[in-house]
Design a protein around this ligand. Structure first.
Ligand SMILES: *Cc1c(COP(=O)(O)O)cnc(C)c1O
Length: 471
């Protein structure tokens, strides 16, 4: 399998070459040259496989530069009952007739990002050992991504993590999750500033090419193809649990921010998994909902990005969206560049409303969308607790709200549960007046010793810290 850039660069690369890279050299995103097709005989064979074996089967269609036995061992080591809490790994539970929640949040940090990041940690360790190389991951987080990356990379050989976060702005639970890690290869850096300052620092350091090369700086953000690929697996696993045979359509609703999660659903659908509809759920930051309703993609400025009670979906620009638009415009890199480089670069938006391709988003690719507000989330959390005795987090609540607006009789609707309520306790308390349950392993973590340094919002200070801790 070869990978190409959405922006038309002539290079073709193999999986392990793009594993440790971010963007393609022309600023595009990597995609497989074709989507492997899965027929009904294959689906029948896969239906009964344990999760780790299903992951191996799907990954092997996209990875041909890791020996099969090694890839199998990596999957087996990643998707275990100990790490994810159940034998099913992503158990499905029915809320009411035809509406399901797929649990993706029982990994180490209680959010779905563990599903991909845990695999990435093992793939990185494997590939770095094979090359005799090292990698220093530099990131910025407001919560979920940073903790998922740290729990995936802790103790891994050849990898260090330098994770910046805005000092004092994460929830006490999220701070405790990250800062209580005592592993020598994990560095928490609390920046005096806001999340945008952290992102600016990461950009400034990455733009210093000499520093980047000397200290082998890498990232683990959501444009990484391996992360997206890992997420494809749970669409198949959810499908098998929601159906008794492989001729039945299923729909999925996905709480969305950077469009990584739902893009994995798109890939699963392109492979031939019988997905009827993919519902993109947003909060008040509705760039994606606006696109699917109107054909206009209009990125927001930082000042126009709302701080909401589903903060992991507070994005102004969906970094994986380019992958879907590439398929939408018939994989034409010139058209793609016109939209993402010329139009977006000049005006901050592009408009496909008059382009016949736009209709295809719904008709051919099955996309729908929805949007919710803080009041909707509270109502959805209360309603789900009252009628089904089930606690959901605010992001999953955004999903459930959008899902209810897109139900088709006879077609199961699977809502992806993207975090556990304990991670966003304040909103759950606001809705219900009670604290959500806390898994045993996180009892009392706020009282544990913290390993974190404070630095000013200054890229030079962060560079100096990295240089000092690289040997
Ligand atoms: C990251 C995240 C999302 C958004 O996922 P994308 O892949 O960026 O669309 C939604 N919910 C939670 C809880 C998250 O952590």
């Amino acid at each position: 399998m070869n990978y190409l850039s959405t922006r038309g660069h002539a290079d073709r690369k193999r999986f392990c070459e793009i594993l440790l890279e971010g963007l393609a050299p022309d600023g595009g995103l990597y995609l497989p040259e074709t989507y492997p097709q899965v027929d009904t005989a294959t689906l029948a064979k896969w239906r009964t496989l344990p999760y780790a074996e299903l992951a191996f089967e799907i990954l092997s269609l996209y990875i041909d530069d890791i020996p099969a036995a090694d890839l199998k061992a990596i999957c087996a080591k990643t998707y275990t009952t100990e790490v994810f809490g159940t034998d099913e790994i992503v158990p499905l539970r029915e809320l009411e007739d035809g509406v399901y929640l797929e649990a993706l949040s029982n990994g180490p940090t209680l959010a779905f990002k563990d599903m991909a990041m845990q695999l990435l940690g093992n793939l990185f360790e494997y590939e770095l050992a094979r090359r005799g190389a090292e990698l220093n991951i530099l990131g910025a987080t407001s919560g979920d991504t940073g903790s998922a990356a740290e729990y995936a990379m802790r103790g891994k050989k050849g990898v260090r993590v330098f994770m910046t976060s805005p000092d004092g702005r994460m929830s006490p639970f999220q701070q405790a999750q990250m800062f209580s890690l005592q592993d020598a290869n994990i560095h928490n850096i609390a920046i005096t500033g806001v999340f945008d300052d952290c992102q600016d620092i990461v950009k400034a350091v990455s733009n210093d090419l000499a520093f980047k090369r000397k200290y082998r700086i890498g990232t683990v953000n959501s444009i990484n193809w391996a992360r997206l690929l890992a997420q494809v697996v749970y669409y198949f696993a959810g499908y098998f649990q929601a159906t008794a045979s492989n001729d039945k359509p299923v729909s999925f609703t996905v709480p969305s921010g950077n469009f990584g999660n739902v893009c994995a659903g798109h890939v699963a659908r392109m492979m031939g998994l019988p997905i009827q509809t993919l519902v993109v759920a947003t909060n008040e930051n509705d760039v994606l909902d606006e696109f699917f309703r109107t054909g206009v993609y209009r990125v927001r400025a930082a000042v126009d990005t709302h701080e909401t009670s589903s903060p992991s979906m507070d994005i102004s620009k969906a970094s994986n969206f380019e992958r879907f638009v590439f398929d939408l415009v018939g994989r034409d890199p010139a058209r793609l560049r016109q939209l993402f480089v010329d139009d977006l670069g000049l005006t901050g938006s592009f408009d496909l409303s008059a382009d016949p391709a736009f209709k295809q988003a719904a008709e051919r690719f099955g996309f729908r969308s929805g949007r919710s507000t803080h009041a909707d989330r509270l109502a959805m959390i209360r309603d789900t607790e009252k009628r089904f005795a089930t606690l959901i987090d605010p992001h999953t609540a955004d999903g459930l709200k959008a899902a209810r607006e897109q139900l088709t009789p006879g077609v199961p609707m699977v809502v992806l549960e993207t975090a556990l309520p304990i991670k966003f306790a304040a909103t759950v308390v606001e809705a219900l007046g009670e604290e959500p349950a806390r898994p045993k392993k996180f009892e009392g973590i706020e009282a544990l010793p913290k390993r974190v340094v404070q630095l000013p919002a200054d890229a030079e200070a962060v560079k100096a810290y990295i240089a000092q801790h690289c040997d």
